[in-house]
Write a protein that binds this ligand. Structure first.
Ligand code: BES
Ligand code: MN
Ligand code: ZN
Length: 494
């Protein structure tokens, strides 16, 4: 889709459809005022008749308005002036996109950036309009014999009275974030019999070739040589060989220390010998969404080319039971040399991540963020609203919290107090891989923290936010927006 930002003349600009916001009550947005005067008071007449009151997300499609060159004008209610929240604004944009797709429109001008939002500037609004509109184009089709109808929208122009390079850039960023999210969603949605560790490795190479990002893949033999006994203990029960996938995005001219993203890529989590109950087990195909978010970020970076270095490390494996599978009570030795008693084979994410974290040391990263659908406990604690966030460096955690807030992709910090570490005590190894029923998200992070001593590290538990269940079952593309927001803020800071 072609997206541009322009200072548009509402009466003479030609499109299939202009979209203009209407407040509840009598106040008009700047664009609505211009529409009204260009159409000789027609807008006010329509409002007076009561067909649209301006209630949030209400729409009214008008045709062939005199004095307006656009074929149609879609009015959209944006609620009481000055009361709209950031998330309501984003859901309004999503609603507009649905309407434009429904009428099979190809070309539209959105006069929506003049809606007043408290504390949010033009740049923010343009970025999010661009992102949400682009997100609305994604359809899953890979394993359907008759395709979901693809939107035909080809071109949108975002009206902005204020125009500078920052604002034009904001539209590009929004689009790149959504394009990255589409990669993340597609990989997440693909079934486990297609999206295997080997499949992820070949998709990574594709992204690498397409965007000039270095990608290397370690096979099980190479991981054995590196003594990744913990990661390999998870793949023992699977016929699909595990892969360690490494992206190296080099946007900084000098050899600057990179930000490292480490993703959990369990392409199907049956629980292993500690097998899961059957209900909703299909959703464990989404257990590679942390990895998929690393892929999505790489895709976005490839498009935006910011001046910063970022590495992505993905541990990809299945977790299945068979005669060779790791058993409860087995003790494995991680790449760090620390031994682990596997009390529950369903706590496999941390076993994968710990070796991936140790491997990441070789890049001398200035910050490491791991992203993982790690614990059901996190879904219980935070639901679908925010990712769990824990870390060993408060400055890094604060930056990620801020990035999530700005990107409308929130995270919420949980404590990583030393006292929780006691729950991981084992009589037979340096640590157990589970910490009991209490504080499951925190003890999982405690486990990871023992492999993150050599760098500033934060952990995003995305078990609640990575996918939706029920009728809208599907990957969400989170937390790509948060991660891109953080990376770009680091790139401009210098
Ligand atoms: N992939 C799951 C976590 C998960 C479960 C995410 C449900 C989203 C929805 C993870 O590998 C897992 O099984 N964790 C266990 C840990 C437990 C055995 C300590 C869990 O959360 O039950
Ligand atoms: Mn599990
Ligand atoms: Zn898992």
């Amino acid at each position: 889709m072609n997206i541009s930002v322009k200072n548009l003349e509402i009466s003479t600009h030609k499109t299939d459809c202009h979209v203009v916001a209407v407040y509840q009550g009598n106040k008009l947005t700047e664009s609505a005022k211009q529409l009204d005067s260009a159409s000789n008071g027609y807008l006010k007449t329509v409002i007076k008749r009561g067909d649209i009151t301006g209630k949030l997300n209400q729409t009214l499609l008008l045709h062939d308005i005199e004095g307006i060159s656009a074929q149609r004008v879609l009015l959209v209610g944006c609620g009481k002036a000055k009361e709209l929240t950031a998330n309501q604004f984003r859901s309004l944009i999503k609603h507009v996109a649905t309407q434009l797709h429904r009428y099979k429109l190809k070309d539209s001008a959105l006069f929506l950036a003049d809606i007043h939002l408290k504390d949010l500037d033009q740049e923010w609004k343009i970025k999010h309009i661009s992102q949400v509109m682009t997100q609305s184009l994604y359809r899953y089709n890979k394993t359907l014999s008759s395709n979901n109808s693809k939107p035909v929208l080809k071109k949108i122009t975002l009206h902005s009275a204020k125009k500078d390079t920052k604002i034009a850039n904001a539209a590009k960023i929004g689009q790149a974030v959504a394009n990255g999210m589409a990669v993340t969603r597609e990989l997440g949605n693909l079934p486990g019999n297609i999206c295997t560790p080997g499949f992820l490795a070949s998709e990574a190479k594709k992204i690498g070739r397409q965007y000039g990002i270095k990608v290397s893949v370690l096979n099980e033999k190479q991981m054995e040589t590196l003594k990744m006994g913990s990661l390999l203990s998870v793949s023992r029960g699977s016929r699909q060989p595990a892969k360690l996938i490494v992206f190296e995005y080099k946007g900084a001219t000098k050899a600057g220390n990179p930000i490292a993203l480490v993703g959990k890529g369990v392409t199907f989590d049956s629980g292993g010998i500690s097998i899961k109950p059957g209900a909703a087990m299909d959703e464990m195909k989404f257990d590679m969404c942390g990895a998929a978010s690393v892929f999505g970020v790489m895709r976005s970076l490839g498009e935006l080319k910011p001046k910063i270095n970022v590495v992505g490390v993905v541990g990809a494996t299945e977790n299945l039971p068979d005669g060779l599978a790791t058993k409860p009570g087995d003790v494995v030795t991680s790449m760090s040399g620390q031994t682990i008693e596997v009390l529950n084979t369903d706590a496999e994410g941390r076993l994968v991540l710990c070796d991936a974290l140790t491997y990441t040391e070789k890049f001398k990263p200035k910050a490491v963020i791991d992203i993982a659908t790690l614990t059901g406990a996190c879904v219980i604690a935070l639901g679908k609203q925010g990712a769990g966030l824990l870390g060993n460096d408060q400055k890094l955690v604060d930056k990620l919290l801020t990035a999530g807030q700005t990107a409308a992709d929130r995270a919420w910090q949980l404590p990583l107090w030393e006292e929780y570490q006691d729950q991981l005590k084992s009589n037979f190894a340096d640590m157990a891989n589970i910490g009991g029923r209490e504080a499951g998200t925190i003890t999982a992070a405690c486990f990871l923290s023992r492999f993150a001593k050599k760098f500033k590290w934060a952990h995003l538990d995305i078990a609640g936010v990575a996918w939706d269940s029920g009728g809208n079952k599907g990957a969400t593309g989170r937390p790509v927006p948060l991660l891109i927001e953080y990376i770009l803020s680091e790139a401009t800071r210098k």
